[in-house]
Design a protein around this ligand. Structure first.
Ligand code: UDP
Length: 250
């Protein structure tokens, strides 16, 4: 397993992309069920306010840095995680692995039709990739039995769930064993990107920690709160965490 660090009271693993993909392969081979969650800056204030979400992060097998803000923040707190990995970065190597090994992939989430389109595009790039199934993310999460049954019956090895934070974390933690998949990854808006519906941020902007500026420009109405309010609160919480460390001499 990967070393775990305490990030402002939240779990965070020190992991990079290729070791993660090869670990995941081993876990699928061994049939060990694993839940992987990502953490970006705006998740931190949500987690510090929402005990349920915090417990879901705690219960996950692996929590990785899904934003440059978290990578930098972990460095400022003295225990830097190696890199930012979003599921948009993981998808190509995981799809290649799945195509090579015959692992069945299921995509759950997004607006109707989006996961289907993402699946088609994935199959065009990764010949032989088995898509076990797809389902949109606008079902009744209080009555999920039909969706759980659909996913389970499709016998996926790898399941991506994109319902947004913290709904997706609650869903995969609550229904971990009922979903039937071995590797379960939450993935936010991954299908919007993978389907081509939302353009991807240029790599240089992501590396500079400016992905939020790009995404805010694309969807200001939906994202202003996350990026302007929650990122601001994250910076305050990070500042407080650094102050605490100085006081205790760490
Ligand atoms: N979504 C969904 N069901 C819902 C609410 C949201 O499937 O009830 C989807 C939405 O269509 C989008 C994703 O969840 O594809 C959330 O994406 P967002 O960009 O917020 O996630 P991020 O990747 O930034 O965490």
């Amino acid at each position: 397993m990967f070393p775990r660090t305490d990030f402002l009271g939240l779990p965070l693993h020190k992991v990079s992309l290729w070791p993660l993909v090869s670990w995941l392969d081993g876990e699928i081979q061994a049939g060990r069920r694993r839940v992987l969650l990502g953490l970006y800056a705006a998740c931190v204030p949500v987690a510090l306010q929402n005990e349920r979400y915090r417990a879901d992060l705690e219960a996950a097998d692996l929590v990785y840095a899904d934003g440059m803000g978290v990578v930098w923040g972990s460095g400022l707190l003295g225990d830097r995680v190696p890199e930012k990995m979003a599921t948009t970065d993981m998808l190509p190597p995981i799809a290649a692995l799945a195509a090579a090994k015959g692992y069945r992939v299921y995509l759950l989430g997004g607006a109707p039709g989006v996961a289907d389109r993402a699946a088609e595009r994935l199959q065009q790039t990764h010949r032989g990739l088995i898509i076990a199934g797809t389902h949109h993310g606008y079902f009744d999460v209080e009555q999920p039995a039909p969706v759980l049954a659909e996913v389970r019956d499709a016998r996926p090895d790898i399941l991506f769930v994109g319902l947004g934070v913290p709904l997706q974390e609650r869903f995969v933690t609550r229904w971990r064993d009922d979903l039937g998949a071995t590797a379960i990854l939450t993935c936010g808006g991954l299908f919007d990107f993978a389907s081509g519906r939302t353009p991807r941020c240029p790599a240089w902007m992501t590396a500079a920690g400016l992905e939020w500026v790009y995404r805010l420009g694309l969807e200001p109405k939906r994202l202003w709160r996350r990026y302007l309010i929650d990122n601001g609160r994250y910076l305050l919480q990070l500042g407080r965490g650094m102050g605490r460390q100085r006081r205790w001499g760490h």
